[in-house]
Each structure stands twice: as C-alpha cells, then as structure tokens.
Design a protein around this ligand. Sequence first.
Ligand SMILES: Cc1cc2nc3c(=O)[nH]c(=O)nc-3n(C[C@H](O)[C@H](O)[C@H](O)COP(=O)(O)OP(=O)(O)OC[C@H]3O[C@@H](n4cnc5c(N)ncnc54)[C@H](O)[C@@H]3O)c2cc1C
Length: 400
Amino acid sequence: MPKDVKVLMIDWDVITVGGSVSGLLAAKGVADAGHTVQLLEKDLEIGMPERCDGLVSMKCLEKIGIAPTNNIIQNIIKRAIFYSPSGLTAEIDASRQRVLVLDRSQFDRELAKIASKTGVDIKVGNKVINNIEKNGVVRVKSKSGVHTSKWIVNATGYSSLSNRKMTMQAAKFEVIGNWFDRDRVEIYFDQKKSPGYFIWVIPISNDTAKVGAAGNGVNQFKILDEFITAKGGTAIKKTAAQIVVGGPIENFISGHIVSVGDAAGQAKPTTGGGIYSGGIGGMLAGKYLGESLSSEDPSKVIEYENDWRNLFNKEFGLLFRARKVLERLDNNNIDKIFRAISSSDILTKISLESDFDYHSVALLRALGLKNIFQIADIVTGEKLDRIGSLLRLSKDIYFR
Ligand SMILES: Cc1cc2nc3c(=O)[nH]c(=O)nc-3n(C[C@H](O)[C@H](O)[C@H](O)COP(=O)(O)OP(=O)(O)OC[C@H]3O[C@@H](n4cnc5c(N)ncnc54)[C@H](O)[C@@H]3O)c2cc1C
C-alpha cells in the first residue's frame, strides 16, 4: 500500500445506544452474525430503574428466545376484568392467551447475559451525548470518549421521540393490598381521571400488585394516590414514566442510523405495550444489519423496516384509530358500550378468539360487524363520524 494512503480504522461494526429489550436484541443479532458490536447504556445497571410492568404473552418469550424460568416470571394471569366509569363490569377469560407478568429488571438482565455471551461489549454508566455521520462512518460521543462505527442502533426509548403527541405521561406504583385477585388483571376506564387511557392493576402475588395510570393533561400521581386511598392499601414504590402511543415513526432508518423499539414508535398505540413488538424490531434490525455487514450491501438493512411493517403496520393502524375513538368518548358513552357488550356473547368470543399480541384483529373479528354497528349506534351522532374510519378498517379485516 502506498505510504500516503491513510487507512481509516473503525472501532466497531455497530454501536447500539440503549441497553433495554430492543437494543440488547439488536446487538445480539449483530454479534450472532460474527460482527463487532458495542452497547452503551446510560444507567448504572441494566434493567434499573424499572419503568415497565412486564405483561406479555408466553408467545412473546418464545419468539424472543428467552426461557420462561421462575427467575423472570412473577405471575400467570388467567382473567381480565374491565370497569366502566359507573362501575359496570365486563370480564374475559384470558387463560388461552397464556399471559405472564415478568420481573422486567430480571428479564433485561437475562437478555444482557445472553447478549454478552454472544460477544456484545456492554458498557453501563455510559451516556451517549451525540452522534454524527460522515461518509458512511458514525462518530459516537459518549461519556467514555469518541468511538466510530459503520452503523448505530438507536434504542434509547421514548426519550428520542421529540413529538409530544407520540407519548403519554404515566405513573406506576407497587402496591400492597388485599382487594385484587392474584390471577386477574383489572382495567378501569374513567375519562375524567385517565383521559384517553385507563388505570391498570397487575397482581404479582396475593398481596402485591403493579398499579399504573396514564392520561393526557392530568396528574397521574394524584390520580393513583386517590385510587389507592379509595381501594385501601399502601404504595411502597412510585415511578414516573412515559408510554409510547403515537404509532411507528415515518422512517426507521436514516443514513446509517437504525431506530428500534420505543425510539421507533414500536409500542401498541392502545396500551403502550412494546416488549413484544419492540423486541421483534430489535431482532429484525440485528438480523439484517448482520446480513448487510456480511454481504457488504448496506441496502439489505431496509428489509428490517419492511418485515416489521408487514408484521405490525395494519394492527397498529387499527389500534391507533381505536385509541382516538376512546379519547373522544365521554363516560356516559363508555357506560353504554359496557351495557351493549354485557348483553351479547361478545365476551365469550373474545375469550376464545383473542390474541394478546394482536388484539385489534381478534377483537374486531370477535365483535363482528353487526355488534360494532350496534356500538356505533349508541354513540351520539356527532361522534359517529369520527369512528367511521375504524368501522371501514374493521370491515376490511373482518372480510379478509
Ligand atoms: C409504566 C409502564 C408500563 C409498561 N408496561 C408494559 C407491559 O406491561 N407490557 C409491555 O409489553 N410493555 C410495557 N411497557 C412498554 C415497554 O416498557 C417498552 O415498550 C419497552 O421497554 C421498550 O423497550 P426499548 O428497548 O425500546 O426502550 P426502553 O425500555 O425505554 O429503554 C431505553 C434504554 O435506553 C437508555 N438510554 C436512553 N438514552 C440514552 C443515551 N443517550 N445513552 C445511553 N443509553 C440511553 C435508557 O436508559 C434505557 O435503558 C410499559 C411502559 C411503561 C412506561
């Protein structure tokens, strides 16, 4: 090689920023393909602080490739009960959906162990300050200095979503009490307390539950304090958090920066649940980054975005519209919907047909068009227009 030709040394094939479910799975995918990958996490410990309640399906663990050990499973859920604002109830049997409550911190630690054994270089306590891409090389500035890579994976969660409409303020308490059933999740709708969302109770034992609330424009800590006072019990831990409800961002890939998980809006717009869909996002990104590096064909990475959208775009579109409808209903209308549901066989159908990870399609199939139109009829005329798009989409799915 002539003496005057400088060889640009690149430190890593991929640098992943964010050490939670989507970042760890993306990094593992790259290492699996035999490429070098460093993962930088700003917090001092993987999995801490815990901001997630860990409700997932067994199918999610199977897809992600994590063994369902007692170490990470806190509880098994068999039923779900929904409360209307005036106290009407609707209960479904969720046993077919095989729903689990994870110890989310332990789950992330388990993923970190697997990623590390695959060859991922994990550095905690290492906040990334910025990254700049030039001529196909990314310079990543973090607490430990500046490092270069061919690709960067952005797995930094909600914090990289600049659009406020993408997220919703949430509060999450750990509560000691005696008013919930160990195998039953509780969901409370009340547009005055949690506008456009709900309060949830996820038991982890006979006397301990994860209780959370989200909603626009209301202090969710205050709402949960009042809720716990009314029910009885003691909050032994309180955490503020943001859930991602705005649906996928426009482009997951920008130059040599690949966004995954919550940072790409890959959480369900109805519940903010993103372990499964964001985890799959991380896995697909890791897989195609690996293939792209092996074949030296950067264009292969786009397959990540195509595959993820094929799996989730339609589902997320429906969920997004469903949440928009919920945002516009008042307490009176929600009560009417509960009455309509309890006087039909809808709940049995949902119990039999529903899929935890694709709840819109199953829900709409179970409801059937006739029932949807009945529900629409009891919503006042002006609001009927607004649910038109949901009805059109449901028709598409129902007749698929
Ligand atoms: C209260 C609450 C309850 C939830 N409950 C459920 C549930 O029951 N089921 C479910 O499926 N989903 C649930 N979710 C959603 C779920 O937690 C997220 O969808 C999922 O954790 C997203 O994973 P992620 O890897 O994309 O991002 P995150 O889990 O948000 O992780 C991002 C990581 O990036 C790190 N980071 C951020 N910036 C930097 C930086 N500059 N440098 C280095 N590191 C950085 C953070 O410290 C963090 O570790 C809940 C969310 C909340 C808020």
